[in-house]
Design a protein. Sequence first.
Length: 309
Amino acid sequence: MDRVKTLVTPSAAKTGTPIKEDIAGVFKRLLGGLGDSKTVKFALSELTSLIRKNTNFDYSDKDIKTFFTTMEKLLQGNEKTIIASATSLLSHFTEKATFVPLIVKTNMLKLLVPLLDRKEEAIVNPVLDILNSISNHDEGIQAVIDSGALKHIKNVFNIDDEDSQVSCISLITKISHGGNSAIKAIFKANLVHFIANFLDSSDRGSRIVALSAICNIISVANEKQSLEIALDMGVACDLCNFLSNDDGEIVAETLESLTHLLQNSGSRVKEVAESIQGCGGVDIINDLQKDDDETIKEKSKHLMTKYFS
Protein backbone atom coordinates (compact mmCIF):
# COMPACT_ATOMS: atom_id res chain seq x y z
CA MET A 1 0.00 0.00 0.00
CA ASP A 2 1.29 3.44 -0.94
CA ARG A 3 1.80 5.83 1.88
CA VAL A 4 0.18 9.25 1.66
CA LYS A 5 2.81 11.95 1.92
CA THR A 6 2.11 14.48 4.65
CA LEU A 7 2.34 18.10 3.52
CA VAL A 8 4.23 20.33 5.93
CA THR A 9 2.67 23.76 6.34
CA PRO A 10 5.17 26.61 6.61
CA SER A 11 5.26 28.21 10.05
CA ALA A 12 4.32 31.60 8.57
CA ALA A 13 1.13 30.09 7.15
CA LYS A 14 0.31 28.39 10.46
CA THR A 15 0.46 31.57 12.48
CA GLY A 16 -0.91 33.88 9.81
CA THR A 17 2.29 35.96 9.88
CA PRO A 18 2.87 37.55 6.44
CA ILE A 19 6.13 36.87 4.66
CA LYS A 20 7.91 40.21 4.60
CA GLU A 21 8.74 41.44 1.10
CA ASP A 22 12.17 42.90 0.56
CA ILE A 23 10.91 46.08 -1.08
CA ALA A 24 14.34 47.72 -1.25
CA GLY A 25 15.80 44.59 -2.82
CA VAL A 26 13.02 44.34 -5.40
CA PHE A 27 13.37 48.05 -6.21
CA LYS A 28 17.12 47.71 -6.74
CA ARG A 29 16.70 44.58 -8.88
CA LEU A 30 14.09 46.27 -11.08
CA LEU A 31 16.33 49.31 -11.47
CA GLY A 32 18.88 46.97 -13.03
CA GLY A 33 16.20 45.81 -15.45
CA LEU A 34 15.73 49.35 -16.74
CA GLY A 35 19.18 49.29 -18.27
CA ASP A 36 18.48 46.28 -20.51
CA SER A 37 16.40 46.77 -23.65
CA LYS A 38 15.03 43.23 -23.26
CA THR A 39 13.67 43.80 -19.75
CA VAL A 40 13.01 47.54 -19.61
CA LYS A 41 9.27 47.33 -20.36
CA PHE A 42 8.72 44.63 -17.75
CA ALA A 43 10.83 46.54 -15.22
CA LEU A 44 8.85 49.75 -15.77
CA SER A 45 5.58 47.91 -15.27
CA GLU A 46 6.78 46.16 -12.12
CA LEU A 47 8.26 49.35 -10.68
CA THR A 48 4.97 51.15 -11.21
CA SER A 49 3.15 48.38 -9.36
CA LEU A 50 5.73 48.37 -6.56
CA ILE A 51 5.56 52.12 -5.99
CA ARG A 52 1.75 52.19 -6.08
CA LYS A 53 1.54 49.42 -3.48
CA ASN A 54 4.22 50.85 -1.18
CA THR A 55 3.52 54.57 -1.10
CA ASN A 56 5.05 55.07 2.34
CA PHE A 57 8.27 53.14 1.80
CA ASP A 58 11.51 55.15 2.09
CA TYR A 59 13.93 54.22 -0.66
CA SER A 60 17.62 54.88 -0.07
CA ASP A 61 19.16 58.09 -1.43
CA LYS A 62 21.54 56.04 -3.55
CA ASP A 63 18.73 54.05 -5.16
CA ILE A 64 16.67 57.20 -5.77
CA LYS A 65 19.64 58.88 -7.46
CA THR A 66 20.11 55.83 -9.67
CA PHE A 67 16.39 55.81 -10.40
CA PHE A 68 16.32 59.42 -11.60
CA THR A 69 19.48 59.05 -13.65
CA THR A 70 18.06 56.00 -15.40
CA MET A 71 14.67 57.63 -15.98
CA GLU A 72 16.34 60.65 -17.57
CA LYS A 73 18.00 58.34 -20.09
CA LEU A 74 14.69 56.63 -20.88
CA LEU A 75 12.91 59.94 -21.44
CA GLN A 76 15.51 60.88 -24.03
CA GLY A 77 14.80 57.74 -26.05
CA ASN A 78 12.63 57.39 -29.13
CA GLU A 79 10.30 54.48 -28.30
CA LYS A 80 6.83 55.81 -27.54
CA THR A 81 5.72 52.91 -25.35
CA ILE A 82 8.77 53.23 -23.11
CA ILE A 83 8.37 57.01 -22.78
CA ALA A 84 4.68 56.52 -21.95
CA SER A 85 5.49 53.89 -19.30
CA ALA A 86 8.30 56.03 -17.87
CA THR A 87 6.10 59.12 -17.52
CA SER A 88 3.34 56.99 -15.99
CA LEU A 89 5.81 55.60 -13.45
CA LEU A 90 7.03 59.11 -12.58
CA SER A 91 3.45 60.34 -12.17
CA HIS A 92 2.90 57.77 -9.41
CA PHE A 93 6.30 58.61 -7.93
CA THR A 94 5.51 62.32 -7.62
CA GLU A 95 2.32 61.64 -5.67
CA LYS A 96 4.57 61.44 -2.61
CA ALA A 97 5.43 64.99 -1.53
CA THR A 98 8.95 64.12 -0.34
CA PHE A 99 10.05 63.31 -3.89
CA VAL A 100 9.02 66.70 -5.30
CA PRO A 101 12.15 68.60 -4.15
CA LEU A 102 14.30 65.83 -5.59
CA ILE A 103 12.67 66.12 -9.01
CA VAL A 104 12.97 69.90 -8.94
CA LYS A 105 16.73 69.58 -8.40
CA THR A 106 17.26 67.20 -11.33
CA ASN A 107 16.97 67.75 -15.10
CA MET A 108 13.68 65.86 -15.09
CA LEU A 109 11.42 68.86 -15.71
CA LYS A 110 13.53 69.99 -18.68
CA LEU A 111 12.98 66.56 -20.22
CA LEU A 112 9.30 66.25 -19.32
CA VAL A 113 8.01 69.66 -20.40
CA PRO A 114 8.76 69.27 -24.17
CA LEU A 115 6.70 66.06 -24.09
CA LEU A 116 3.62 68.28 -23.79
CA ASP A 117 4.06 68.96 -27.50
CA ARG A 118 3.39 65.30 -28.27
CA LYS A 119 0.04 64.09 -29.57
CA GLU A 120 -0.08 60.82 -27.62
CA GLU A 121 -2.45 61.09 -24.64
CA ALA A 122 -0.57 58.21 -22.96
CA ILE A 123 2.45 60.51 -22.75
CA VAL A 124 0.86 63.94 -22.31
CA ASN A 125 -1.55 63.02 -19.51
CA PRO A 126 1.07 61.53 -17.14
CA VAL A 127 3.29 64.58 -17.71
CA LEU A 128 0.38 66.82 -16.74
CA ASP A 129 -0.21 64.68 -13.66
CA ILE A 130 3.45 65.14 -12.68
CA LEU A 131 3.29 68.91 -13.16
CA ASN A 132 0.04 69.06 -11.18
CA SER A 133 1.61 67.13 -8.29
CA ILE A 134 4.69 69.35 -8.29
CA SER A 135 2.54 72.50 -8.38
CA ASN A 136 0.86 71.49 -5.12
CA HIS A 137 3.95 72.97 -3.47
CA ASP A 138 5.21 76.56 -3.50
CA GLU A 139 8.70 75.64 -4.69
CA GLY A 140 7.12 73.41 -7.30
CA ILE A 141 5.05 76.24 -8.80
CA GLN A 142 8.13 78.34 -9.46
CA ALA A 143 10.01 75.32 -10.79
CA VAL A 144 7.20 74.61 -13.27
CA ILE A 145 7.21 78.25 -14.42
CA ASP A 146 11.01 78.27 -14.74
CA SER A 147 10.90 75.06 -16.78
CA GLY A 148 8.98 76.86 -19.54
CA ALA A 149 5.95 74.59 -19.14
CA LEU A 150 3.49 77.42 -19.73
CA LYS A 151 4.77 77.86 -23.29
CA HIS A 152 3.97 74.22 -24.04
CA ILE A 153 0.66 73.90 -22.20
CA LYS A 154 -1.33 75.64 -24.94
CA ASN A 155 -0.36 72.82 -27.32
CA VAL A 156 -2.38 70.41 -25.17
CA PHE A 157 -5.55 72.34 -25.97
CA ASN A 158 -5.11 71.22 -29.57
CA ILE A 159 -5.52 67.60 -28.47
CA ASP A 160 -9.11 66.44 -28.77
CA ASP A 161 -9.22 65.09 -25.23
CA GLU A 162 -11.20 66.94 -22.56
CA ASP A 163 -9.44 65.14 -19.70
CA SER A 164 -6.11 66.52 -20.91
CA GLN A 165 -7.55 70.00 -21.24
CA VAL A 166 -9.15 69.92 -17.78
CA SER A 167 -5.85 68.75 -16.35
CA CYS A 168 -4.25 71.80 -17.99
CA ILE A 169 -6.85 74.10 -16.44
CA SER A 170 -6.19 72.51 -13.05
CA LEU A 171 -2.46 73.08 -13.49
CA ILE A 172 -2.93 76.72 -14.48
CA THR A 173 -5.21 77.18 -11.45
CA LYS A 174 -2.48 75.90 -9.12
CA ILE A 175 0.13 78.09 -10.80
CA SER A 176 -2.18 81.11 -10.42
CA HIS A 177 -1.81 80.72 -6.65
CA GLY A 178 1.85 81.64 -7.07
CA GLY A 179 1.19 85.38 -6.87
CA ASN A 180 1.59 88.28 -9.28
CA SER A 181 4.68 86.95 -11.03
CA ALA A 182 2.94 83.63 -11.71
CA ILE A 183 -0.15 85.32 -13.12
CA LYS A 184 2.01 87.56 -15.29
CA ALA A 185 3.60 84.39 -16.67
CA ILE A 186 0.12 82.98 -17.42
CA PHE A 187 -0.81 86.15 -19.32
CA LYS A 188 2.51 86.16 -21.18
CA ALA A 189 1.88 82.58 -22.33
CA ASN A 190 -1.56 83.63 -23.67
CA LEU A 191 -3.38 81.01 -21.60
CA VAL A 192 -6.17 83.10 -20.07
CA HIS A 193 -8.56 82.72 -23.01
CA PHE A 194 -8.27 78.92 -22.76
CA ILE A 195 -9.48 79.17 -19.17
CA ALA A 196 -12.30 81.51 -20.19
CA ASN A 197 -13.49 78.99 -22.78
CA PHE A 198 -14.08 76.44 -20.01
CA LEU A 199 -16.37 78.72 -17.99
CA ASP A 200 -19.32 77.45 -20.04
CA SER A 201 -18.15 73.84 -20.32
CA SER A 202 -20.82 71.14 -20.28
CA ASP A 203 -18.94 69.47 -17.42
CA ARG A 204 -19.65 71.08 -14.04
CA GLY A 205 -16.28 70.05 -12.57
CA SER A 206 -14.45 71.69 -15.46
CA ARG A 207 -16.44 74.90 -15.01
CA ILE A 208 -15.61 75.14 -11.31
CA VAL A 209 -11.89 74.53 -11.90
CA ALA A 210 -11.89 77.23 -14.60
CA LEU A 211 -13.77 79.61 -12.29
CA SER A 212 -11.15 79.21 -9.57
CA ALA A 213 -8.37 80.01 -12.05
CA ILE A 214 -10.09 83.01 -13.64
CA CYS A 215 -10.99 84.50 -10.25
CA ASN A 216 -7.37 84.25 -9.10
CA ILE A 217 -6.26 85.99 -12.28
CA ILE A 218 -8.91 88.72 -12.09
CA SER A 219 -7.89 89.52 -8.49
CA VAL A 220 -4.52 90.90 -9.64
CA ALA A 221 -5.27 91.93 -13.25
CA ASN A 222 -4.51 95.51 -14.27
CA GLU A 223 -6.90 97.73 -16.26
CA LYS A 224 -5.84 96.52 -19.69
CA GLN A 225 -6.01 92.87 -18.64
CA SER A 226 -9.35 93.36 -16.89
CA LEU A 227 -10.93 94.86 -19.99
CA GLU A 228 -9.55 92.08 -22.15
CA ILE A 229 -10.95 89.46 -19.78
CA ALA A 230 -14.31 91.17 -19.24
CA LEU A 231 -15.14 92.20 -22.80
CA ASP A 232 -12.90 90.53 -25.38
CA MET A 233 -13.17 87.13 -23.71
CA GLY A 234 -16.77 87.66 -22.55
CA VAL A 235 -15.94 86.67 -18.97
CA ALA A 236 -18.09 89.38 -17.38
CA CYS A 237 -21.14 87.67 -18.83
CA ASP A 238 -19.87 84.12 -18.22
CA LEU A 239 -19.38 84.86 -14.52
CA CYS A 240 -23.06 85.73 -14.16
CA ASN A 241 -23.91 82.07 -14.78
CA PHE A 242 -22.28 81.23 -11.42
CA LEU A 243 -24.40 83.69 -9.42
CA SER A 244 -27.22 81.15 -9.09
CA ASN A 245 -24.94 78.40 -7.79
CA ASP A 246 -26.03 76.51 -4.67
CA ASP A 247 -22.57 76.94 -3.15
CA GLY A 248 -22.40 80.26 -1.29
CA GLU A 249 -18.62 80.42 -1.54
CA ILE A 250 -18.80 80.23 -5.33
CA VAL A 251 -21.42 82.99 -5.44
CA ALA A 252 -19.35 85.22 -3.13
CA GLU A 253 -16.18 84.57 -5.17
CA THR A 254 -18.05 85.44 -8.38
CA LEU A 255 -19.40 88.68 -6.93
CA GLU A 256 -15.88 89.60 -5.83
CA SER A 257 -14.52 88.98 -9.35
CA LEU A 258 -17.28 91.04 -10.98
CA THR A 259 -16.43 93.85 -8.57
CA HIS A 260 -12.74 93.65 -9.52
CA LEU A 261 -13.56 93.76 -13.23
CA LEU A 262 -15.76 96.83 -12.81
CA GLN A 263 -13.27 98.60 -10.54
CA ASN A 264 -10.47 98.07 -13.05
CA SER A 265 -12.41 99.03 -16.17
CA GLY A 266 -11.46 102.71 -16.10
CA SER A 267 -13.30 104.81 -18.68
CA ARG A 268 -14.97 101.70 -20.12
CA VAL A 269 -16.74 100.70 -16.91
CA LYS A 270 -20.12 101.42 -18.52
CA GLU A 271 -19.41 98.83 -21.23
CA VAL A 272 -18.62 96.17 -18.64
CA ALA A 273 -21.74 97.06 -16.65
CA GLU A 274 -23.87 96.82 -19.81
CA SER A 275 -22.35 93.41 -20.58
CA ILE A 276 -23.38 92.15 -17.13
CA GLN A 277 -26.84 93.67 -17.52
CA GLY A 278 -27.27 92.28 -21.04
CA CYS A 279 -26.98 88.67 -19.89
CA GLY A 280 -29.35 89.05 -16.94
CA GLY A 281 -26.68 89.38 -14.29
CA VAL A 282 -28.07 92.55 -12.74
CA ASP A 283 -31.43 90.93 -11.95
CA ILE A 284 -29.67 88.09 -10.13
CA ILE A 285 -27.37 90.48 -8.24
CA ASN A 286 -30.41 92.51 -7.21
CA ASP A 287 -32.12 89.40 -5.82
CA LEU A 288 -28.95 88.39 -3.96
CA GLN A 289 -29.37 91.46 -1.75
CA LYS A 290 -32.00 89.41 0.08
CA ASP A 291 -29.73 86.36 0.48
CA ASP A 292 -29.34 84.82 3.96
CA ASP A 293 -25.55 84.94 3.66
CA GLU A 294 -24.34 88.29 4.97
CA THR A 295 -21.23 88.30 2.76
CA ILE A 296 -23.27 87.72 -0.39
CA LYS A 297 -25.83 90.30 0.71
CA GLU A 298 -23.13 92.91 1.33
CA LYS A 299 -21.21 92.28 -1.93
CA SER A 300 -24.35 92.34 -4.08
CA LYS A 301 -25.61 95.51 -2.39
CA HIS A 302 -22.25 97.19 -3.07
CA LEU A 303 -22.44 96.27 -6.77
CA MET A 304 -26.01 97.46 -7.17
CA THR A 305 -25.37 100.75 -5.36
CA LYS A 306 -22.15 101.65 -7.14
CA TYR A 307 -22.67 100.35 -10.68
CA PHE A 308 -26.34 99.60 -11.36
CA SER A 309 -28.42 102.14 -9.45
